[in-house]
Design a protein around this ligand. Structure first.
Ligand SMILES: C[S@@+](CC[C@H](N)C(=O)[O-])C[C@H]1O[C@@H](n2cnc3c(N)ncnc32)[C@H](O)[C@@H]1O
Length: 237
């Protein structure tokens, strides 16, 4: 994996209690560092055990600031700080209709499900069939049966449940796929890593009656978007 040193895979030995303690410590660290601000996101991060979304041989490393490889071609579970990094500026909150492009491990999806609550809706799309199956199983085992999981090209969005209040793209794109901008509500927000002159920037887009506003946050490093709007030109599933 580019940019990080992934520790060697090993048999997990940490107890649930140890991992819970590490999770609480991580949440305090994220709040101290200014990543985590909203109470709902904090509660979700305390509730969802990240270790349950990690591949078994990396389970004990669940609270390290390292992305780990997942089954599939280019998938990874992002660093713990990535979730508040995306969800705080997005203003993800109770009752919203949320679309995620890039399901990965399902961890970010589970957090979103907790944040939007019963009145909200979570739809997540994954292009890689192996990654999709891995995340689906993780979410089922964790007891999340009310998330709409879609196997396919997230660049095309999922018009069936549009318009969305919030959209999050977890893979880097050269342009925001136009169908996603179309499927966003007026007043809605979309966040994504966008590549400009070879550098990825986390960018927030807000849809107005006429056009969009754009805010640039920081440099990031994500796997590339695949499918119709990806650079690789790989055909959509
Ligand atoms: C950084 S990972 C997502 C990590 C995820 N948030 C997690 O918590 O594990 C990015 C994911 O986007 C997926 N992806 C890439 N292009 C896609 C596309 N066009 N549609 C849907 N998923 C895509 C990759 O296969 C990968 O699983």
């Amino acid at each position: 994996m580019q940019g990080w040193r992934v520790p060697p895979p090993k048999e997990p030995v940490k107890s649930k209690e140890t991992l819970k303690w590490e999770r609480e410590r991580k949440v305090r660290w994220l709040a101290r560092r200014g990543y985590l601000k909203s109470e709902r996101i904090k509660i979700a991060m305390l509730k969802v055990p990240r270790e349950d979304f990690m591949p078994r041989s990396y389970r004990d490393y669940a609270y390290l600031e390292v992305p780990f490889p997942l089954p599939g071609e280019q998938a990874s579970i992002s660093c713990p700080h990535s979730y508040p990094l995306f969800y705080e500026p997005l203003g993800l909150d109770e009752g919203q209709r949320f679309l995620e492009v890039g399901l990965g491990s399902g961890y970010g999806t589970a957090l979103a499900r907790e944040i939007v609550g019963k009145e909200g809706l979570v739809v997540s799309i994954e292009i890689d069939p192996l990654t999709f199956d891995y995340a689906k199983k993780n979410l089922e085992v964790a007891g999340y049966h009310d998330i709409v999981l879609v196997k396919g090209d997230g660049g095309l969005g999922y018009p069936e449940f549009s318009p969305y209040d919030r959209i999050c793209i977890t893979a880097a794109c050269a342009e925001i796929p136009p169908p996603l901008l179309e499927q966003l509500k007026v007043g809605g927000r979309l966040i994504a890593p966008v590549i400009e002159r070879g550098v990825q920037y986390l960018m927030l887009h807000e849809k107005r009656e006429k056009g969009f506003t754009r805010e640039v946050f920081c440099e990031v490093l994500y796997v590339s978007l695949r499918g119709k709007y990806g650079r690789s030109g790989k055909p959509a599933l």
